[in-house]
Design a protein around this ligand. Sequence first.
Ligand code: FES
Length: 327
Amino acid sequence: MEILIKPTNKTISASQGSTLLEAFLENDIAISYSCLSGRCGTCRCKVIEGSVNGPAAAEGRLAQQGQFVLACQSRVETDSIIEIPEPDEIVTHPTKTIKAEIVSFDILSNDVRRLRLKTNKTFDYSPGQFANLTFWREDGTRSYSMAGTSDDDSLEFHIRLVPNGRVTSKLDEQIKIGASIKLNGPLGASYLRRKNTDPMLCIATGTGLAPILSIVRGALESGMQNNIQLVFGARTEEDLYGLDYLEKLASEYANFQYLIALDHTKPNSPHFRGLVTEAITERFPELKNWRIYLAGAPAMVEAASLVCSKRGADIDRIYADAFYPSG
Ligand code: FES
């Protein structure tokens, strides 16, 4: 089978039975990938023409024109035209499993904790990616985004404690400083795109602030001069955390501003009263050519994506990992 790659217009051959990703790598086509198992979405590419059997992205059916498939899980069934992300968007951090030592576990709010880990090996990732942490063997693995950048001394995660959650409700009692846990990552395709000057709108609710902080810090600290706006939503003032950090970034970098949106505000509150989608509607009437980064509850991610695309944001420039946190 022949595959015409867009936008480079290079034609490659895919041998019978090999995945799209294997065909790309055999032919030196640069493409991002990470988990190799259909979980992270990093290898997503678009079918422009032809039929591709892509179970992870097309629910077992043949993916047709205009559909996205996961290259690591998909096989071409006919000659095809496949679009892969622009070369300047590509990052490759193959997923690995390593040991990490717990160096701190602090309270950030009533129900959010900050976990810091040191790894025994180098752990590179792109701002916005996540990892699986295994706290104990049986059903003890949960996914969390890194809140810092690869340059930090330790890895930082924000963990929401879920009442009766099988793992998180026990962490306050069971986390031991100095103990080891297993870390598997990095994963995820919702990472910072660096090689552009487009304005960025970063939207977070709850502990979705972790990957968004990573993206904002990654951009600012690497000298990106893009206009960077952050909207952080929560139910009440008591649910907020990380404000001192946001304030510090805003005072240090003129190209960064943030807005807090609360469902319920106190009298004279300086914050926007309403949902993040309402804040976007009111404050960002035009989002053509913006890059949108989203992290938080799936319902918010879906609603905010819709609001942003209605305001002109290109769907291909809206980045969000499907992230269903569990307790
Ligand atoms: Fe294909 Fe992760 S590398 S989904």
